[in-house]
Design a protein around this ligand. Structure first.
Ligand SMILES: *Cc1c(COP(=O)(O)O)cnc(C)c1O
Length: 369
């Protein structure tokens, strides 16, 4: 089976991990944690970074520290992962779902303003699959209506929007280091901000909200979301290679662009927009309307040929869990509904070989001939 993703750990990962073992620093107190946070903050042009256990925790904590009240509303895309709305719902905040653009898969920035009310307190921008959200438009709305901006850059390490780093926008941004992301720590996440108050709150809350002057005394409840020194060691080694990683991901994307350019009935990813070049977090394909096959059928055919795939996100507004919560939505969310049914992605992790990409392309050409 050709896996949909294979991570590559061929830099200093092993050396730094050995250092953890030899020095005994395996918990979150080891020196790689600070180093990873500082280097990551500087890489994404933020003042502060706090490591956490994963990207979902990062989102939970980022939403929590904004101090929103039950009944407040947060506008976010429906085409994204559940983690974007989990804490919103837990806190009794009302999610307001917006459709995606059918080409970039990102939130349709033209559909946001009509949903803003006095209850709207924040916009969550989520960069999907490789191209960034049109952040100028989001920033304009946040300024005009005095809204907080949360940026989910979990899939966007090293990507830029008009030469500004993804992860440097708005009040607070998050990243994930799951093994299919551009850089990985196995499991891991990061919250970045320029706001010192938020930074201090996040640092405290992710570590059980210990009182600095008297350990084991707590004025509020926190969580243990600490990243270990071993994970941070891998992260430091990965960050050293990030420019090459992005180059390689673009190379993988462009290889498929070329070998699939004559593929019928399938929409290939957009290579670039006015403000960014795709970094192909995944290589997404959408079966077009003239073809009766849906993604699950094609994924089964590919599996029979030994090719791993993943379906697209399942829209948030259709999640069964929402039955227990209140939410608002645009009238039409049809682009997201359609790509959830017609979209899937193919092996494009850093470890994919030229032969594997050729085999995947040939198999697709055969299925859609
Ligand atoms: C991966 C991902 C997350 C969650 O990160 P985990 O580390 O897997 O918890 C959040 N948002 C987006 C857009 C993601 O792609």
């Amino acid at each position: 089976m050709i896996p949909v993703n294979t991570p590559v750990l061929d830099g200093n990962e092993k050396k730094y991990l050995l250092e953890c073992i030899e020095t005994g620093w395996i918990s979150s107190e080891g020196p790689f944690v600070d180093k990873f946070e500082q280097e990551f903050a500087s890489y994404v042009d933020r003042k502060y970074a706090v490591s956490v256990s994963n990207g979902s925790d990062a989102l939970d904590l980022a939403v929590f520290v904004l101090g929103l009240e039950p009944g407040d509303e947060v506008i976010l895309p429906t085409f994204t992962i559940i983690s974007c709305m989990s804490q919103i719902l837990r806190q009794g905040i009302v999610p307001v779902f917006v459709d995606c653009d059918p080409g970039t898969f990102n939130i349709d920035v033209n559909k946001i303003e009509e949903l803003i009310t006095e209850k709207t307190k924040a916009i969550m921008a989520v960069h999907i699959y490789g191209l960034p959200v049109e952040m100028d438009r989001i920033e304009f709305l946040c300024n005009k209506y005095n809204l907080l901006l949360i940026e989910d850059a979990a899939e966007m390490h090293g990507q830029t929007y008009n030469n500004r780093k993804c992860g440097s926008f708005g009040d607070i941004s998050i990243f994930s280091f799951y093994p299919n992301k551009h850089i990985t720590t196995g499991e891991g996440g990061m919250i970045v901000t320029n706001n010192e108050c938020l930074f201090n709150r996040i640092k405290s809350l992710k570590n059980l909200a210990f009182l600095p002057e008297r350990r084991f005394v707590h004025h509020e409840l926190g969580w243990n979301m600490r990243l270990t020194n071993m994970q941070a060691a891998i992260g430091v080694a990965q960050l050293e290679k990030i420019e090459n990683i992005i180059k390689q991901k673009r190379h993988i994307g462009n290889t498929y662009n070329e070998s699939l350019k004559n593929l019928k009935s399938v929409q290939l990813p957009i290579k670039h927009t006015d403000y960014a070049e795709n970094i192909y977090w995944v290589y997404p394909l959408v079966i077009t309307d003239d073809c009766e096959l849906d993604a699950s059928q094609v994924m089964k055919m590919l599996a029979l040929k030994g090719i791993g795939t993943r379906p697209f996100f399942y829209p948030l507004h259709m999640q069964p869990v929402l039955e227990k919560y209140s939410f608002r939505r645009s009238d039409s969310l049809q682009n997201s509904e359609k790509i959830a049914e017609k979209g899937f992605y193919i092996p494009s992790g850093l470890g994919v070989t030229v032969e594997q990409m050729e085999y995947v392309s040939e198999s697709l050409m055969e299925i859609f001939k």
